[in-house]
Design a binder for this molecule. Structure first.
Ligand SMILES: Cc1ncc(COP(=O)(O)O)c(C=O)c1O
Length: 431
């Protein structure tokens, strides 16, 4: 069965490819990160990414992998032709902003986001990553409310810069960098009453992921976000929704909060905003809240943020979502994957504790954490790339592009079933 999309030209001869792999892994070990290099070798990832298209990554030796990992960046697939074309066209004219004169792509993208976002969300600040978007959102909330406090949630992942890390909820990543930014209180995710109790007169904002991605795809109870919205309104604090992972279509809607009919005061995004071609992040808010930037527009700034290449990618990414029906595809394909995986979970209760998700953000929670590494390498052997969640390694995340084909989905589901059967065979050894 032809499940993959064919490789591009430009592959080195096999002996040269092997030498390049060895050299690169050696250089990783010596110059990038030694333990990362060890991990690649341990997991059997002794190759190099070389080309990519759609859901397929082709390595330097011409082996093709279906990409269901990549931290959720590739909602549009790899090298989406219209995003690549838009970026190339912009590149030929002017790559980065001189920052003294205005340019058109940022104005266009700002308008397009405002037109596609409900409520009063209107102004956008563009930066380069998810963590930067979160930093900006936190700063905006503090400046507007003139209060220092934030309520966040246990298990949350908001990035690894100081502010974003302070909002995040896994000690493994936080502890080595203490003291973090003061003013953050963490409460259990999914418990609106805990948020109500934690808010005090110093609280500026509540920051939440609509679905916790890195904590293992935790979908909250249906009344959670509407209740949190009400609590924030009643208590006069802002609601920041971090849609860096869930945003731009991943859950089958442009913004995950649309599943629950609420609107945040501040919205963060990144990952899929760049169409899988350019790094870009952003935070949006209302004219009223953004007015704190009016007095001095340089109070928060970024040299590379809002550059023409990234904004051109964002414009093409939004158009592709609409013109190619990517939201509908994410919903339909996600339901198919979820249904099959849930039936697999019923067959193997000793291996799979739960399958959950929305759209193409799907998590398989394993009974034994030890099965996680086994599953990842079993799937790699079958040419399917998945990753576990950063804050919950017991959960394997399946987040393929919306353009994944039905035949590729068949292959992924067969590979997962084979991996689960193997974990079942090994049983107690993985506990
Ligand atoms: C919800 C959320 N916020 C923020 C981030 C940080 O984004 P970045 O890695 O681009 O800094 C991530 C990354 O996975 C994320 O999932």
């Amino acid at each position: 069965m032809a499940i993959l999309e064919g490789k591009a030209p430009g592959f080195p001869p096999p002996a040269e490819a092997e030498q390049m792999i060895e050299q690169a892994l050696g250089d990783y070990g010596n110059y990038v990160n030694e333990s990362m290099a060890r991990l690649y070798r341990f997991m059997g990832f002794t190759t190099l990414e070389w080309t990519a298209r759609g859901a397929t990554i082709t390595d330097i030796q011409g082996q093709e992998f279906i990409d269901c990992g990549s931290y959720g960046v590739f909602f549009h697939g790899h090298n989406h032709p219209r995003v690549v074309e838009a970026v190339k066209e912009q590149l030929d004219r002017m790559a980065l902003s001189g920052r003294t004169l205005p340019h058109k792509p940022v104005a266009d993208l700002g308008r397009m986001l405002a037109e596609r976002t409900p409520g009063d969300l209107q102004y956008t600040f563009f930066c380069n990553s998810g963590a930067e978007a979160v930093e900006g959102a936190l700063k905006l909330a503090r400046a507007y409310k003139k209060k220092p406090g934030f309520i966040s949630t246990e298990g949350a992942f908001h990035g690894k810069t100081f502010g974003a890390l302070s909002a995040s909820g896994r000690e493994l990543y936080r502890k080595p960098f203490y003291p973090l930014v003061p003013g953050f209180t963490h409460v259990p995710y999914g418990d609106a009453d805990a948020i109500a109790r934690a808010i005090d007169e110093d609280t500026a904002a509540v920051i939440l992921e609509p679905i916790q991605g890195e904590n293992g795809v935790i979908v909250p109870p249906d009344d959670y976000l509407p209740r949190v919205r009400r609590i924030c309104d009643e208590k006069g604090v802002l609601l920041i929704l971090d849609e860096v992972q869930t945003g731009m279509g991943r859950t089958g809607k442009l913004w995950a909060f649309e599943h629950w009919g609420i609107v945040p005061d501040i919205l963060t995004m990144a990952k899929a905003l760049g169409g899988g071609v350019m790094p870009i992040g952003a935070f949006m808010s209302t004219p009223e809240i953004f007015s704190v930037f009016d007095e001095n527009p340089y109070i928060h700034s970024s040299t590379f943020g809002a550059n023409q290449l990234a904004c051109s990618a964002g414009i093409a990414a939004l158009r592709a979502i609409e013109e190619e029906g990517l939201l509908e595809q994410a919903t339909r394909k996600g339901e198919r994957i979820l249904t099959t995986l849930r039936s697999l979970a019923r067959d193997y209760p000793d291996v799979i504790r739960q399958v959950r998700g929305k759209g193409l953000l799907i998590g398989i929670e394993l009974v034994n954490e030890g099965a996680s590494g086994l599953m990842i390498s079993e799937l790699i052997d079958r040419k399917v790339i998945v990753i576990h969640s950063l804050n919950n390694p017991r959960v394997i995340r399946i987040s393929p592009p919306a353009v994944i084909t039905e035949a590729q989905i068949d292959h992924v589901l067969d590979a997962v079933a084979a991996g689960v059967a193997r974990a079942h065979e090994l049983g107690a050894e993985l506990a």
